[in-house]
Design a protein around this ligand. Structure first.
Ligand code: AHR
Length: 624
């Protein structure tokens, strides 16, 4: 293995090479990164029908009657919950309420994680037919243990009160990962509830992101974040596509929507603004995927596209307009008077072959470039194998395949045209066959590692790459494998997560040509070399990575030529090896079963003779 570090042979890797792709799939946001504990907080998920799922009623039909009506004070989400309390608090009466009261409870997303001494901020809206005491509590799943509670009083002297907002904090006196939130009363009368939120006080920067999941993202040092999908952006039908304007402004006023591709409701607490905030918090460039008037089953023709184009331009103004502009002022009112640094927009997702895609694309392209010439536009049409017939700054490339094919795709971009748009590998993952990949095996990750080494080598063309999907809540697996797995309180990275982690120093580093040769012509291995500088102390390192897909160990003669100064320092040299049983997976019980392991290298230098195991990903980090 020869690394040519001669001056003049090197090339800078784009600062944006490796990032993440967030899609609202598998309850990635709602019931995932977005820390809101209440599911269906405005009772809109049943879309005005009888269902109030996952809310349930406490009490029987003799004591309480629960129904939805359209009395909400919020114009875009009119559904509210009407609860008629039929029993009475008077113990002498022949229909007295149970001591624990009647009411409703919400189990959150398969149980709320409530932790001892933590604070939970509750906001809810309520009106009632008469003065009524309501107890708000965090309890165990069956309601028998109360972790925290407080009583609020609704109504006034009037016959029917106005809607009023109630805000309070519950401090838990115990830990239960499977808790619920309930509202109960023993007072006879009618009470209406709407927009009920329970947020942990302790979210990342107070921005609403679940801290443990946020830090797993931050640990990847992503240079960009593509959002909010995927198919989620398109919808099976346009009426269910992501509409950014319905996801901004006060959370209480957002209608929420049913994502019909992944088949669940989201209250859209994690909306367009929050995605931009997430990108800013992570120090990642936002890549905003817009709905281009095309879903899986219906399309808007170019003749009728004007509202979509205006929506698109408004979305850019929301991010980049000053706070006196129409949409910039909405952003400012939400707490971010400074603009967001939005420089990348993708027109649709996987739509190149659709009837109107290219015609619609050109309309979006012209409108955007006229108003914001610096924004880089991503086309869905893959230009790596065929020329595309419209202007684009980048093109999408998606690949889901088996481990070996993915590994060999390391070479896919070697001969792709260099003169047109840059490449954006906006979705890649080893997904088949199920017996090999399960819910995220080491074999899948090894296939991806080889592919990423190929992307580093081709990073004169490839500007961005991200794995898909990012998140899965184990209670709602819609797609497998994924990178980060969690339930209400636990989390771990799959081997694919750890492969991404393996490449965290690549973006913005310097690439050096590598030659990997063997007398065994059947060897299946790829290698790359970068130099990078540690920001904390300015120390520089040479990092050589080798992914060996073969079932034989490789005995490598490593030879680094052309280093301009004293060369490689032996002291502090480290080898990191990522290897496991091919079908090994991490789990809640054993979250670090298959992760990279670092060890010292003795006698590191410009010339080294080192064994690289079969079926492994290995790096050599050599201080310069
Ligand atoms: O990553 C899961 C899905 O795969 C995405 O929504 C879509 O773009 C692709 O087909």
């Amino acid at each position: 293995l020869t690394v040519d570090a001669s001056p003049g042979k090197e090339r800078k890797i784009p600062d944006t090479l490796f990032g993440i792709f967030f899609e609202e799939i598998n309850h990635a946001g709602t019931g995932g990164l977005w820390a809101e504990l209440v599911s269906n907080r405005g009772f809109e998920a049943g879309r005005g029908g009888e269902s109030i799922e996952p809310w349930s009623v406490i009490g029987d039909g003799r004591n309480v009657d629960v129904a939805t009506d359209r009395s909400s004070p919020f114009v875009r989400n009119k559904v509210a919950l009407k609860m008629s309390v039929l029993c009475s608090g008077d113990h002498g009466s022949n229909n007295s309420c149970p001591n624990s009261g009647v009411g409703i409870y919400n189990p959150g997303f398969w149980g709320m994680n409530i932790e001892d001494k933590n604070r939970y901020n509750v906001i809810l809206y309520m009106k009632s037919s008469r003065n009524l005491n309501v107890t708000a509590s965090l309890t165990s799943a069956d309601g028998s243990t109360v972790l925290s509670s407080t009583t609020i009083t609704s109504g006034g002297s009037k016959v029917e009160s106005e809607w009023a907002e109630f805000k309070f904090t519950l401090v838990s006196n115990g830990t239960d990962h499977n808790s619920r939130f309930q509202l109960t009363t023993t007072d006879n009368g009618i009470v209406w509830f709407d927009q009920i939120s329970v947020m942990p006080d302790d979210t990342y920067n107070g921005h609403g992101f679940r801290k443990d999941l946020y830090s797993m993202l931050a640990d990847l040092k992503p240079r960009f974040i593509r959002f909010p999908g995927g198919c989620f952006v398109e919808g099976d039908w346009l009426k269910n596509a992501f509409r950014w304007k319905e996801t901004v402004g006060p959370w209480e006023e957002r209608p929420g929507h049913f994502g019909d591709v992944w088949n669940y409701w989201t209250d859209d607490g994690l909306g367009y603004y929050e995605f931009l905030q997430l990108a800013e918090d992570l120090g990642a460039a936002p890549v905003w995927v817009i709905n281009n008037g095309i879903s899986h089953h219906d399309e808007i023709s170019p003749l009728n596209l004007s509202t979509y184009v205006q929506d698109f331009l408004d979305s850019i103004e929301f991010a980049r307009g000053n706070s006196s502009s129409k949409w910039g002022s909405v952003r400012a009112a939400m707490g971010h008077p400074e603009t967001f640094n939005l420089e990348y927009v993708a027109i649709g997702n996987e739509d190149c072959e659709k009837e109107y895609y290219q015609a619609n694309y050109v309309i979006f392209y012209k409108a955007l470039k006229a108003a914001y010439p610096d924004i880089r536009l991503v086309s869905n049409c893959d230009a790596s194998s065929h020329p595309i017939h419209h202007k684009a700054d980048l093109y999408d490339y998606h690949i889901y395949t088996n481990a070996k094919t993915m590994f060999l795709r390391a070479n896919h971009f070697d001969n792709a045209p260099r003169s047109g748009p840059k490449g954006f590998v906006s979705e890649y993952a080893v997904t088949e066959p199920h017996k090999d990949v399960g819910n995220g095996t080491f074999l899948a990750a090894l296939g991806e590692a080889g592919f990423l080494i190929g992307l580093e080598r081709n990073s004169d063309l490839i500007e961005m790459a991200c794995y898909a999907p990012l998140f899965v809540n184990t209670n709602d697996r819609r797609w497998s494998p994924d990178a980060i797995v969690y339930n209400s309180w636990q989390q771990y990275g799959t081997p694919s997560y750890w492969v991404q982690h393996f490449f965290i120093h690549s973006s913005g580093a310097t690439y050096h040509p590598v030659k990997l040769e063997s007398i065994d012509s059947n060897f299946i291995a790829v290698a790359s070399a970068i130099t990078w500088k540690q920001s904390e102390d300015g120390r520089s390192f040479l990092k050589i990575k080798v992914a060996n897909f073969g079932d034989k160990d490789l005995n490598l003669d490593i030879n680094v030529v052309g280093l301009s100064n004293h060369g490689v320092r032996s002291s502090g040299s480290m080898q990191t090896t990522f290897k496991g049983e091919l079908t090994a997976e991490n789990s809640f019980d054993d979250p670090k079963k298959v992760i990279p392991v670092a060890s010292r290298i003795e006698n590191a230098g410009k010339k080294m003779y080192i064994k690289v195991s079969s079926r492994s990903l290995t790096s050599f980090d050599l201080p310069l």
